[in-house]
Design a protein around this ligand. Sequence first.
Ligand code: 0O2
Length: 270
Amino acid sequence: MEIQLWREILTPYDLAVKELIVKFEHLIYEHRSRGLYSPIEQVTGRVKTVASILEKAQKKNIPINEIEDRLIDIAGVRIICQFVEDIERVVEIIRRRTDMEVIHERDYINHMKDSGYRSYHMIVNYWVQTLEGDRQIKVEIQIRTLAMNFWSTIEHSLQYKYKKNIPDHIREKLTNAANAIIQLDNEMSAVRSEIMDAQNSSQIFSKLISDILNNIQNLYRIANKREVLKIQDEFYRIYELGDIDQLKRFSRELDNIAEGYRAQSIGRDV
Ligand code: 0O2
């Protein structure tokens, strides 16, 4: 097949990957902007290279004209979580979505591969709009923890280096590392709630400060400058105390003041 044709074939896959990255990143944003813990930490994606598609098709004896139907990971999205528990939450989120249809799942978390590879795989049908109309694209979504991702990235590079024949002494080290990753993920799960609390409070704190600063900035435009300077001094005083409850109270008062000015300016405009 001509290279140019491959480019055309892969265009909708590229669109599917780009759209899904935007959607999953938006989920992170939605969680964090509401002060909620996001089970998704990072999202990446890729379309398989033509060389890699041809290599896999050859390995699996798939004729070129059946590649699109039978190779299910031409489009791939990877979702990275902090904790093993987050993986199940992400799987549930994907199962409930109406813009994609889960057609297959593989649980390499509870059923680790012989290589030591762990990850949860979901194959979904996803629809994109192209110049030729609607296209249904199969996408492989891999969900794993940061630690699992670290292992699999290293192992993948070694597979590439040794052309899939990793020497036994390195394989043994990888197996040990895979076991260490299981232990690391378990240890992190044990302190999950502590870590989540710490992360949530720091997110709530930074959102509160940014709301207050936005409000003060807007007041500079509409309120008496002396009054805004007084508010600003009060903010610095409370900020230095580092008391979140006082900051929350101050933020509410500031909202009322800002609302009062807004009402006044609407009254003037009418
Ligand atoms: P790449 O370069 O990441 O695209 P099967 O259906 O069982 O015949 P298939 O289609 O390889 O085999 O499915 P599987 O086993 O679920 O693997 C799909 C993808 O998972 C692989 O794609 C890898 O990305 C990842 N993966 C699976 N096993 C391993 C492993 O042992 N180590 C690492 N590092 N990754 C793995 P590709 O096309 O093999 O690779």
